[in-house]
Design a protein around this ligand. Structure first.
Ligand SMILES: [Zn+2]
Ligand SMILES: [Zn+2]
Length: 171
């Protein structure tokens, strides 16, 4: 495993030619023709890392015991949402608009309240238990709404299904 120095890479200046090496002229201030950054990324993986992101990570000293997402946050490029989601500016905006269990004002949504209850309460969760937990969290919901919220948390990868309309946390 190589050690990542964490050094800031040298400043790059766009040259007017696409950085993927295709020879295309690109507009002032751009490194790539449209979409060629993804092509170049894939080609670099193929050329130097056996087309494997795991090899790329390992080469830079990252892996299960050294989180690359933590490094992205430490570098000031990524942020962590209070729900645990990590991402860059764009994906964080999308996450908080569409997928986060917490509302922008800091309050919990029904999903957020239910997720917290499930994480704190071991064992299987069915609709009745979800209704009860939501009521206790001050977020009363009908049976069908509670069932929907459990299903949604499952779809978002927070819960595993253990039976018909039965779930438990992935943690
Ligand atoms: Zn190109
Ligand atoms: Zn979030």
């Amino acid at each position: 495993m190589a050690t990542d120095t964490g050094a800031t890479p040298p400043r790059l200046i766009p040259s007017g030619k696409c950085f993927c090496g295709c020879g295309e002229d690109v507009g002032l201030g751009s490194f790539f023709a449209r979409g060629h950054d993804k092509t170049a990324e894939g080609a670099l993986l193929a050329a130097r890392y056996e087309a494997s992101v795991a090899h790329l990570l390992d080469h830079h000293g990252f892996g299960p015991d050294n989180s690359v997402t933590e490094a992205a946050i430490a570098a000031g490029r990524w942020a962590e949402c209070r729900c645990g989601f990590r991402g860059g500016e764009q994906s964080m905006r999308n996450h908080q608009k569409n997928h986060c269990a917490y509302r922008a004002d800091g309050g919990l949504t029904h999903e957020g309240a239910l997720l917290r209850a499930v994480k704190e309460g071991p064992g299987d969760w069915d609709t009745a238990r979800a209704v009860q937990a939501l009521r206790e969290a001050g977020k009363p919901a009908s049976e069908s709404r509670a069932r929907d919220k459990l299903r949604k948390l499952h779809e978002d990868g927070h819960l595993v299904r253990t039976g018909p309309a039965r779930y438990r946390t992935t943690d």
